[in-house]
Design a protein around this ligand. Structure first.
Ligand code: ZN
Length: 449
């Protein structure tokens, strides 16, 4: 592999919030061997490749800590768990992993998947069989009765092909964690919110504090990180007290939770992109509108933004996650929107958002100490842009501005193969989105006596 010399007009290396002008990166065998002033850079040898990025902006590759490779741009929970076979889901996940990489995401955490999907995609990419981002793999979400992912009636339960693994005792929970660790996951995902609420509206956690502690302790003992879905105050508190590494959402936490998260050293990834896209993009005929779900998303973002601002002020590290894999967050499309939302909703500076999406996100990855910043000895995962995201954070969402994506010093193919969503994603059997009573059709002017 030849040596690459990359001259950068502006470099954001992820070690701080600063940029440096006129820098050079030298890449040997996929690793950075020099990062520093162009004037002091080693002289290219015959056969070396030299790239001058002109007046471009170079930064570490993005880390999306919340992408579901199994979901297949799902329109519903049935889409996630029922339609399609495991084999098809794996092929589809492999296909979409390339779209994620082409969007500038060189590392992603897959918190919650079916079977061994993200483990297999991770391994196939690592073996050089396919192009794709680095992956922190998980398996089925550990769920309890009435918690997220146990979303079908009790008589359905969670068959083996579901993205959830319902555990109904502490010993079942520990056994599942041990199985997933044996299968090779990097992290365990726990669904901490229940669907039941107290009379005051507060979400009741799906697991007790003791159960949560036991699960997290066992996952850590086996070398796995732990991520949790936690909107509610109680869920966030139990997660923090148990030492969960990565907490998603936290929209309804309180100041005591912020203290507990700080003490635990947990990383927070609000993952606002999913609710914000739901609010902004849904059309009047979408069930998200007719059921009031989009309104709930809007209220959640309003309430959540206030407490998340306090969490930022308190010094909790934030990472960027998009919840890609739903119809409202298709793969390869919205990963960088979370940076924009950190800026507009939580008051991050653009440089702070870049730091969250690179240096902090890398801490959630296996061998994260080799990722997320552009320093000697680290992986040469970086983006070349022809505009500065420090002037407008939205340039990371503009494909025409991303001139190149490098993973391990290799330029990534930015072409994304088109696909037919009817044959890839839209398998559900939904036929009607309204209830056609006589009054309703008369109201619609379609029928009268
Ligand atoms: Zn998610």
């Amino acid at each position: 592999m030849s040596t690459l010399h990359l001259h950068c007009h502006t470099l954001f290396d992820g070690t701080s919030l600063d940029t440096r002008p006129q820098q050079t990166l030298v890449v040997d065998n996929g690793l950075l061997s020099y990062v520093g002033p162009r004037s002091q850079a080693p002289t290219p040898q015959p056969g070396d490749k030299v790239i001058d990025t002109g007046d471009g902006f170079v930064m570490p590759g993005l880390v999306d800590v919340h992408t579901h490779l199994a979901f297949g741009n799902a329109q519903s929970e049935e889409d996630i768990d029922i339609w399609t076979t495991d084999e098809f889901r794996a092929l589809r996940g492999m296909f979409f992993a390339r779209h994620v990489l082409a969007a500038g995401v060189t590392s992603m955490v897959c918190p919650g998947d079916s079977g061994q999907l993200s483990i297999s995609v991770r391994n196939a990419i690592a073996a050089g069989m396919f192009e794709g981002p680095r992956i922190a793999a998980s398996s089925r979400v550990i769920t309890n009765r009435q918690s997220l992912n146990d979303w079908f009636p009790s008589r359905v339960g969670t068959p083996d092909f579901f993205t959830a693994r319902l555990v109904t005792s502490r010993s079942e929970a520990l056994a599942e964690i041990r199985k997933q660790a044996k299968d090779g996951v990097d992290l365990i995902k726990i669904a901490m919110d229940g669907t039941h609420r107290r009379p005051n509206g507060e979400i009741i956690a799906a697991f007790t504090a003791v159960e949560t502690h036991e699960m997290v302790e066992e996952a850590h003992r086996l070398g796995c990180k732990v991520a949790t879905h936690a909107y509610g105050r109680e869920a966030v508190m139990y997660a923090a007290k148990a030492g969960v590494d990565l907490v998603f959402h936290a929209f309804y936490m309180d100041d005591a939770c912020i203290e507990a998260l700080l003490e635990a050293g947990s990383i927070l990834a609000p993952t606002m992109t999913f609710p914000q896209n739901t609010v902004d993009f849904c059309q009047s005929h979408d069930p998200a509108i007719t059921t009031g779900y989009a309104g709930y998303c809007a209220r959640t973002l309003e309430v959540g933004s206030a407490i998340l601002k306090r969490a930022k002020a308190a010094g909790i590290p934030f990472a960027c996650g998009s919840d890609s894999g739903f119809a409202v967050t298709p793969y390869g499309e919205w990963h960088a929107r979370e940076l924009e939302l950190l800026v507009t909703r939580i008051g991050f500076s653009p440089a702070e958002a870049l730091y969250a999406a690179t240096a902090v996100g890398a801490r959630c990855m296996p061998r994260g100490e080799t990722l997320g910043t552009l320093q000697v000895g680290k992986q040469a995962d970086f983006l070349m842009l022809d505009a500065s995201p420090l002037h407008d954070i939205r340039v990371l969402q503009d494909r025409s501005r991303i001139k190149a994506v490098y993973k391990a010093g290799q330029a990534v193919d930015l072409q994304r193969s088109p696909y037919n969503p009817k044959q890839v994603s839209d398998f559900n059997s939904l036929k009607w989105t309204d209830l056609y009573t006589r009054d309703r059709v008369a109201q619609l002017g379609k029928w009268s006596l």
